[in-house]
Design a protein around this ligand. Sequence first.
Ligand code: F0G
Length: 451
Amino acid sequence: MSDNLHQLRCFGCGSQIAGAEAQPDFRCAVCGDLFEVEYPGWSQRSGPDRPNPGALKWLWRERRCSSEALDQSGVWRFRELLPILENFGNAISLREGNTPLYHLPRAAKRLGIDQLFAKHQGMNPTGSFKDTGMTAALSVARERGFEWVACASTGNTSAAMTAYAARAGLKSLVLIPAGKIAWGKLSQAMDYGALTLQMNSDFDGCLRVLTEIVKRAPIYLLNSVNPYRLEGQKTPALEIAEALDWNVPDHVIVPGGNLGNSSALGKGFRELKELRLVGRLPRISVIQAAGANPLVRSLSEAHGAVLEPMEANTRATAIRIGNPASWRKAARVIQESEGWCLDVTEAEIAIAKAELGAEGLGCEPASAVTLAGLKKLRAQGVIHSGQTVVLVLTGHTLKDADYTIEFHRGTLLKPEEKLGLEREIGALRRDAINVEATPEAVLSVLKGKVG
Ligand code: F0G
């Protein structure tokens, strides 16, 4: 099971190549599509040679008590399902993964759902889900002898990449859209010593430029077009299944930007089923911001056969992406698992974020689309009260504190955006109140509220 044998298969034309043969932009030389990592050894094994699901589950749980760094990683403790390195000793880990699965009792009650959970990927070392993918792909970069790594980013990929590169002693190049990423994320790339270039473009433009750069210079591309990223990012699927005692939830709801995460989680659940570690797939639904909804359009207008790039616009800057790289993979995940793909407005995102905050679970605006999407799916009657639902919260609330403060100050949304929702928003807002520095002033504010 753990023999380190993998190959890359083109998602479009099925061409198979060895990992080291991939082009610098990770596009197929035959058809231009993206690759997926596959492990031919798994299907060749039969009878007593088949991996024993019970033994794997025991081993993975047992590793949580181990003092070995590799075992303490919530990615590498599942290393039997990601044999992508020649030598696991080359793994660069910041003890990523093993993130909490929180119950959401208040939202569950409001929505009339018995079992509602949030898998909080913002509780990773750099504050986002990107860490699980970065430990995998950056370890490959180091094993293959690269000195430079690079990404285009809306902020979180760059924060994760630069942290792992710094740990590995590699140099990192970051291309970001000027003025369109949250400060918290930019500060991380600076702190971790990256060469950060701000461009007068959007995320899609930055990725286009970087794709040319990696063809001309020996720099390893770490955007989610890199299939090893998705191998790491599939492990939260394993953690969710493990936390629910290997019963998959009925629904998993994920934000959609460049669409690597939904693709990766879908792959994770698919492999668990193929290896008989779980009995079925959850329905995986992808939620986009209404101003950055190319996959929603593709699925509703063209059944996911083509995707029309769009100019994206949303305050959830992490998912401000109009030409998502992994859209074909994500479309397959949604279709194969019989999930849904829908979009939510700026006001719906802001309300959902404040509701999660009021439950003690802050998150990034991009993460809050999951709760906003769940509310819609529930209203449409496609998610039922007895079902188990997991929302994937992708980023930490402190990544974009400006957004939160503006919401509570009432300056985030334009009047036309909150039309009809003013009372709901007013009930959630908690602006700071200026008072004199005296007990009387404080007590007068508390009057009628305490006791
Ligand atoms: N949530 C957060 C907090 C993100 O940072 C991203 C993507 C997503 C959701 C969407 O995930 O792209 O896999 O569909 N951020 C990327 C970045 C694009 O550069 O940090 P996706």
